[in-house]
Design a protein around this ligand. Structure first.
Ligand SMILES: Nc1ncnc2c1ncn2[C@@H]1O[C@H](COP(=O)(O)OP(=O)(O)OP(=O)(O)O)[C@@H](O)[C@H]1O
Ligand SMILES: [Mg+2]
Length: 269
């Protein structure tokens, strides 16, 4: 809905469909106020994108939702027994030790070999299973990280900058893949990005963060919000408008455009 800048409290769910809810959440690290009075809900089956400049608290919010950072004040509620899949922004892997993709995944979650293979197949990376994680390209590594997050059969997927090291075509393809996974499994997805124009085709709601929630709502409405324009500049808002009108297709994992219907087939949408 253009011009819709309703706050997130109007998230379109309640009851069993509500996966997490942060209420008046603030997080302070010593003298640094990383998050200030955040309200956030994520529902089953929706993709919520967190955008904001460096240091705006995006990772802290994701980590608070995951229970890895304690609130200084306010609350984070998670649905009882909620299964979370978390893809961190950074992961240091000891390059000295040889490590295949298979071993890397099995270290993350005790899974049967068939489950590892299925998780890789879901991210269209089955052929990487015996590769060394050290030799993967940026895009391959991010897909393996996505498979790793999917191993827990999550109801909520937390993706902190899943596009790092991925070229533009690969970024669009990865987001299309995330969109298909969410439809297939009816997961909630909370994902972090610097760049709204890349995520918007797969995003239901956007939360623009700068310690506090600057604005939130449908992607088309957020781009027009004065706080979004103030944070990212009029050029970013203009680029976004062009992109939102042009994006009528999805991308295969080589980054090639394909009609939206084809990549969405068979995913139960
Ligand atoms: N464990 C920590 N201890 C101290 N300060 C922290 C810690 N984690 C985050 N911070 C600080 O909190 C602020 C928000 O950091 P955060 O990593 O959440 O930002 P971000 O939006 O994810 O940034 P980026 O886009 O660079 O990833 C920063 O000033 C950061 O230095
Ligand atoms: Mg971060």
């Amino acid at each position: 809905m253009p011009g819709d800048t309703r706050p997130l409290e109007t998230a379109p769910c309640a009851g069993a469909d509500l996966l997490i809810e942060a209420g008046d959440l603030s997080v302070r690290f010593g003298g640094i106020l990383a998050l200030s009075h955040i309200d956030l809900k994520v529902c089953r089956g929706e993709i919520v994108s967190l955008i904001g400049p460096n240091g705006s608290g995006k990772s802290t919010l994701v980590r608070a939702v995951a229970g890895l950072v304690a609130p200084t004040s306010g609350t984070v509620w998670r649905q009882p027994d909620l299964r979370l899949g978390y893809m961190p922004q950074r992961l240091s892997i000891d390059r000295v030790l040889p490590l295949t993709v298979r071993r890397f995944l099995s270290l993350a979650e005790r899974s049967r070999p068939a489950e590892l293979e299925a998780a890789l197949a879901e991210v269209e990376a089955a052929d990487l299973i015996e590769h060394s994680v050290h030799d993967l390209s940026g895009g391959e590594f991010q897909r393996v990280m996505l498979a790793r997050a999917m191993l827990r059969k999550p109801q909520l997927l937390l993706l902190d900058e899943p596009l790092q090291g991925v070229d533009l075509g690969g970024q669009l393809a990865l987001y299309d893949l995330i969109g298909r996974l969410r439809r297939r499994h009816r997961m909630g997805v909370l994902l972090v990005s610097h760049d709204l124009h890349i995520v918007m085709a797969q995003t239901d709601r956007v939360v623009c963060l700068n310690q506090h929630v600057c604005c939130s709502g449908a992607p088309e409405s957020v781009q027009q919000h004065p706080e979004y324009v103030a944070l990212f500049g009029p050029e970013a808002a203009r680029r976004l408008a062009v992109y939102s009108h042009a994006h009528d297709h999805e991308h295969d994992l080589a980054g090639n455009p394909v009609p939206a219907e084809r990549t969405s087939q068979g995913v139960g949408k």
